[in-house]
Design a protein around this ligand. Sequence first.
Ligand code: G4P
Ligand code: NA
Ligand code: NA
Length: 196
Amino acid sequence: MLMKVLEERIRQEGSILSDTVLKVDSFLNHQVDTQLALEIGEQFAQIFANRGITKVITIEASGIQFAMATGIALKVPFIYAKKKKAVTLNEQVYTAPVYSFTKQETYQVCVSAKYLGPHDKVLIVDDFLATGAALVGLVDIVSVSGAELVGVGCVIEKSFQEGRSLLEKKGVEVHSLARIAAMSPGEVTFVRGEQT
Ligand code: G4P
Ligand code: NA
Ligand code: NA
């Protein structure tokens, strides 16, 4: 089961930099285990099967490999929203401000209006669900475009942070493959029960 495989990789290869930051650079977001990424894509495609998804969307950079894998499995294109510092007012672009807690600055997430519209059914995919700031920005962009949001799929959710509840308050369906209840150096505890 993919969930178990992921939990084991996190336990064995993850390093916990603080009580809130998990480094998984050996297989998820610096070096990428390509086979695992494809399996993650297949899992999201299975979870969101028969929902009429026309597009997968993520934010650069480290959501890209999982959005691509999911797009391959669903046989639809994927879009990666771009991050820009400057606010460019352009009618052809949907933007949403995102506050980065790690960099302590606000950046704009941008998607060209050419590639997203009312005819689309969208699945958002990302590597981490943490504070939800970036994902809420993407949810807002999907909403402004007139597209229908089917749900959000995240590889790793840090359930002790507020991202999931922020998204659920907006009525968004969230599925995470590995859900971390708590972590400290040398120890990771996963949320038990309904996992996807
Ligand atoms: P999010 O929950 O909506 O992803 O937003 P948040 O603002 O909390 O996270 C900011 C960035 O930090 C995101 O990357 C997110 O994936 C990443 N991140 C959050 N927690 C962790 C963690 O514990 N470990 C690692 N490795 N990354 C974490 P991003 O904005 O998409 O940037 P990029 O790194 O993909 O370029
Ligand atoms: Na990310
Ligand atoms: Na990231």
